[in-house]
Every structure is written in structure tokens, then in C-alpha cells.
Design a protein around this ligand. Structure first.
Ligand code: OGA
Ligand code: NI
Length: 381
């Protein structure tokens, strides 16, 4: 049994929670909608979006022999098979995918194709609404809920070529449907139905991820607060970009929470996953969800699982829409390595910290690779 010192925000090089909350009240600069910029027909992108040369996508890099590699595709229906060896085989495939990639696609997940398509369409329609309509939902960095165009409140940071809509689905106490678009008319209803179904897929994945660690099936869910776990959605809209080689739709980051279930654009690819020091573009399988592991699973699994860095590239021909559902822990419980995974040879790698505290980092600094979870590694007992 280890005694952990309580992690403090100091560890993350942030000054104090109070100061943080103050700077999260409003954006430090006027918000510019990327979609608006794109629609003005400009031929050069503003300096704020131009990444430094080492951070730019290198399109030439992907022209090589590995271009056909894709992340694993897993038929999760097989987890329910009567055939025990098939169940075991599928669980083992997930285990390998977690270890090797931290990313995989799931098919036969039980969410109706028609529901997936309608929800994606309704969001596409939302972004096509006149700007005044969308502005009614403009967000602030305090909760991030609503229509947004940046992550991070530090003045002068480089921006990504993306607008988004962020909303809370769970816990019920955080769900405020008046903050969800009332137009298109079916939006609120579809978001509710879609999230409910995708959360169910998340629940099933959590069980497998738990048993694959040698833990009780319910362990991870319990660690996430059981029924009080949280879930939120981020709908990303990546407008066309006249100079895609200079910028990114979303800078490299690992997702701060538990699991992400992403419904990508059916026509346009853009998500890239870091795999063995190179960026690999994911080819979406029709009707699949792209699943990836976030930092909290790295923490609870004491580093057995790794959250993997990913980013999004944009293009000059077609806009892209994606729906990310984040399956996260309850905000105010302490997340720490599972005792069963802590031994003399494997001491705890991460100090206990609540997800609310943890999330402040990305909300302040914006996406910054794996620097946050890695900074926790400096922890020693
Ligand atoms: C995210 C994300 C990828 C995509 O929203 O965290 O990584 O393809 N999105 O939009
Ligand atoms: Ni992400």
C-alpha cells in the first residue's frame, strides 16, 4: 500500500486554481470563426494559424510504403458470441490494439446506422446555418459549452483551423438542453438518442478494457464514478483551407478523459494517429466508430494503457465534420492507479488528481501533445 502525496496544480506548472478560474472567464482575444475566414475566399491564411515548420503536416511523408496501414478493425458483436473461444479471441484483439495502437475501429457495435447518419447530418446543417444563428450559442472558456473556435486561453497562442460545438450529456445535473441547438428542429432529440446509444457502447468497452487488465469487469466503471461518470460531445467542423500544408485542423493532443468514440466524416479523411514516431492517416470504415484511449485510462491502468497522440489535417477541397463522444470520469473524484496494478516493481506512476483539475490544463493551454500526462510522470513518492 502506497501513501500518495496529494497532487497539486503546481505540478502542472499552473499557479493556482483561483487564478486559473479567473482567466477562464472569457477569451483573451476576439473570436474569429474559421468558417467565416474560409468563406471570405482568402488565399493566404492569417499568421495566427500558420504553424512553425516542425509542427506542419508533411504531406510528402505519407507517400511511402506504409500508406496502406490502417488501425485495427474489431467486430465487437463477437464479444457476445456463445462461442467462448471467439469471445476470448476478440478480447485479445482489443488488448493488442490497445497496446500497439491505443486506437481501433469498432463495427457491429449496436448503434443504428440511420441514427449515426441523421445525427451527423443534423450537425452539418447546424454549421450551414447563418452566422447570427450560431453566434447565439457562442461559448466561453468557463465551461466550453456551445459554439467555439479555440481551445486554450493563453494570449497569442497559435490557433487551429476548426470550429466546434461542445455539450454535456452526463451527468444529468450538467445536461442543459437549452444550450444545445434548437435548430435544426430534430437536433436536441437526435443528440439525446445518439449519446444514449454511444454511451452504451462505451460501457461495454470499459468492461473489456477492465478484464483485459486482469481487473474485475466493473473496476474501470467504478473508478470513473459508476453511474455518475460524465460524458460530453464535441462536434468538430473543419472548413476548407487554402493553405492546408501550413496549418492543422487540430494540433497533436491526447484526449484528457477516458474513452473517445468518434464518428468521422464519411467522405473526407483527416484524422492522423501517431504510430511509432510517424503520423498515419486513418481510413474510416463505413459505419464504424473510431475508439481511442485517453489519459485517465493511462493513469488508472498505471501506464499499462497509453493514451495516443493524434491530430487532424485539413484540405482545400472539402470541409469535414466529426462527432466525438468523450466517456469521462466524474469530475470531482480522485483518479489514481488501480491498487492491483501497483507492485514493488511497478510503483504508481501518477499521483491522484480529479478530472476537473486535470482538464484545466488543456483548457488553459490548448492541445499540446502528451505534455500533460507526461508531466505527471515526474511524480516520485
Ligand atoms: C477530438 C479529436 C478527431 C477528428 O475531438 O479530440 O481528436 O477526427 N477529433 O475530428
Ligand atoms: Ni482527440
Amino acid at each position: 500500500m502506497y501513501i500518495y502525496p496529494r497532487a497539486t496544480l503546481h505540478l502542472l506548472h499552473l499557479h493556482s486554481t483561483k487564478m486559473m478560474m479567473n482567466c477562464l472567464q472569457c477569451w483573451p482575444e476576439p473570436v474569429i470563426r474559421v468558417q467565416h475566414l474560409s468563406e471570405t475566399g482568402l488565399t493566404r491564411i492569417p499568421e495566427r494559424y500558420v504553424k512553425k515548420p516542425s509542427d506542419r503536416p508533411h504531406f510528402l511523408d505519407s507517400i511511402d510504403t506504409e500508406v496502406n496501414i490502417n488501425i485495427p478493425v474489431i467486430d465487437v458483436q463477437e464479444l457476445l458470441s456463445d462461442d467462448m473461444s471467439l469471445r476470448r479471441k476478440t478480447a485479445a484483439l482489443i488488448k493488442d490494439a490497445c497496446r500497439e495502437w491505443g486506437f481501433f475501429q469498432v463495427v457491429n457495435h449496436g448503434v443504428r446506422q440511420e441514427l449515426m447518419e441523421r445525427t451527423r447530418d443534423v450537425w452539418r446543417q447546424f454549421f450551414e446555418l447563418p452566422m447570427e444563428e450560431k453566434q447565439k450559442y457562442a461559448n466561453t472558456p468557463r465551461t466550453y459549452e456551445g459554439y467555439g473556435s479555440r481551445v486554450g486561453v493563453e494570449k497569442g497562442i497559435k490557433l487551429d483551423w476548426c470550429d466546434y460545438f461542445f455539450l454535456h450529456y452526463l451527468p444529468l445535473g450538467m445536461r442543459d438542453q437549452t444550450k444545445w441547438p434548437s435548430f435544426p428542429l430534430s437536433c436536441r432529440e437526435l443528440v439525446g438518442e445518439y449519446s444514449k446509444e454511444v454511451v452504451k457502447v462505451g460501457e461495454k468497452m470499459m468492461k473489456i478494457l477492465s478484464s483485459n487488465l486482469g481487473l474485475e469487469e466493473e473496476y474501470l466503471q467504478e473508478a470513473f464514478g459508476g453511474e455518475e461518470m460524465s460524458a460530453c460531445m464535441r462536434i468538430n467542423y473543419y472548413p476548407k483551407c487554402p493553405q492546408p500544408e501550413l496549418t492543422l485542423g487540430l494540433s497533436p493532443h491526447s484526449d484528457p478523459g477516458g474513452l473517445t468514440l468518434l464518428l468521422p466524416d464519411e467522405n473526407v479523411s483527416g484524422l492522423q494517429v501517431r504510430h511509432r514516431h510517424r503520423w498515419l492517416t486513418v481510413t474510416p470504415i463505413p459505419n464504424a466508430f473510431i475508439v481511442n484511449l485517453g489519459d485517465q485510462l493511462q493513469v488508472v491502468s498505471n501506464g499499462n494503457y497509453k493514451s495516443v497522440e493524434h491530430r487532424v489535417i485539413v484540405n482545400s477541397v472539402k470541409e469535414r465534420v466529426s462527432l466525438a463522444l468523450f466517456y469521462n470520469p466524474k469530475g470531482d473524484i480522485l483518479m489514481k492507479p488501480a491498487e492491483q496494478l501497483v507492485t514493488k516493481d511497478h510503483p504508481p506512476l501518477y499521483p491522484p488528481m480529479t478530472f476537473d483539475e486535470y482538464r484545466l490544463y488543456i483548457r488553459t493551454r490548448g492541445p499540446s501533445g502528451k505534455s500533460q500526462v507526461d508531466s505527471l510522470l515526474t511524480f516520485h513518492q
